[in-house]
Design a protein around this ligand. Structure first.
Ligand SMILES: Nc1nc2c(ncn2[C@@H]2O[C@H](COP(=O)(O)OP(=O)(O)O)[C@@H](O)[C@H]2O)c(=O)[nH]1
Ligand SMILES: [Mg+2]
Length: 323
């Protein structure tokens, strides 16, 4: 039977980083397929992950937990037929819930070894009131407090307590039997998504086959209305400094920026990965599409317009641009 793990967690917590670091480390001897669903229309993670794994299926445009169940299931079937993987990792978008994906995998006869929720130990406070974030914790059985390098021990303990509180309140139940679906769960810690191997050994394997997929009511979550994203295209002939200037000028409402840009003073295209004030850059070997920055946050429209007035090399397309 094919095994699978679902990796969930809010925007920018370190899900892709975990796929790059941990999964590569522990599963290099297996045929691994990755399914990545990004929030919004344009994928950056898919580009990064394709450099690491040969089989990457990117599902964009919306959220696999709501509109895209069918696309997700047919994509998984396709990857199974084409590649015959031993193990599938699904990175959900930061704005989707893991539970419907868990059900889809079970419906396809794929064993779910664990639903991993990555938590940003430094920034949990900034996003913990978002209802999707709570359902992500409630719908998981392996919770990873990531970015431990950015907090003190006592801050980490506070985060752990908060997470336990949310888990107790939002723990997902079988709505036929009223039983907890994940009666056992573990909280682990990680830096750069590097987890202990035993988390993947299937000890937390979800035994209960959920017979109520059809009855499942989609929880009231916030995907589209509260979190928004806008793509900006960048004009040519910009410097690395220009990118930094934009990131330094971000309003509070924009807490996540991803992008791939070409600048005059750096030889390779750069992946920008910004979340909650922290930024990292990574060079890509090749990227032929236009330079883009994707701005993600809550009610960002006005703030983004101000930002664009300040930086004339940023252009927001008037119409949706299809890939
Ligand atoms: N300091 C620190 N940064 C991290 C850690 N894990 C991930 N990051 C950074 O957080 C940002 C978002 O990570 P990413 O994996 O893209 O998040 P995703 O949106 O959940 O997939 C990137 O800049 C990562 O380099 C960590 O443990 N410590
Ligand atoms: Mg990601």
């Amino acid at each position: 039977m094919i095994q699978s793990f679902v990796i969930t967690g809010f925007l920018g917590v370190g899900k892709t980083t975990m796929l790059i670091n941990t999964v590569k480390k522990y599963f290099s001897d297996k045929k691994v397929a990755i399914v990545v669903n990004e929030f919004g229309d344009i994928g950056v993670d898919g580009n990064i992950l394709s450099n690491v794994y040969s089989e990457v299926l990117e599902i964009s445009e919306g959220c696999i937990c709501c509109q895209l169940a069918e696309e997700f299931e047919s994509g998984v079937i396709e990857i199974m037929n084409k590649y015959n993987p031993e193990i599938i990792f699904v990175e959900t978008s930061g704005a989707s819930e893991p539970f419907p994906i868990f059900l889809s995998l079970q419906n396809l006869g794929i064993a779910v070894e664990g639903v991993i929720c990555v938590v940003d130990s430094k920034n949990l406070d900034s996003y913990k009131d978002n209802s999707t974030a709570k359902y992500q914790i409630g719908g998981s059985n392996i919770i990873v407090l990531n970015k431990t390098d950015l907090v003190t021990d006592s801050e980490l303990e506070t985060v752990r307590k908060e997470v336990i509180g949310i888990k107790e309140e939002y723990n997902i139940k079988n709505n036929l039997t009223g039983k907890m679906i994940f009666d056992r769960y573990v909280i682990d810690t990680a830096q750069q998504g590097l987890l202990n191997k035993e988390v993947f050994d299937g000890v937390y394997k979800v035994d209960e086959i959920i017979g109520f997929a059809k009855d499942y009511q989609h929880l009231d979550h916030t995907t589209r209305n509260s979190i928004t994203q806008k793509v900006a295209y960048l004009k040519d002939n910009i410097q690395f400094n220009d990118i930094e200037a934009v990131l330094n000028a971000l309003p509070k409402s924009i807490y996540r920026v991803k992008g791939v840009v070409r600048t005059n003073d750096v030889a390779n295209p750069l992946v920008i990965n910004y979340s909650f004030g922290d930024v990292s850059f990574e060079e890509l070997e090749s990227y032929t599409e236009p330079s883009i920055m994707i701005f993600i946050g809550e009610a960002i429209d006005n703030d983004l317009n101000e930002l664009i007035k300040k930086f004339d090399f940023l252009q927001i397309p008037l119409f949706k641009v299809k890939k």
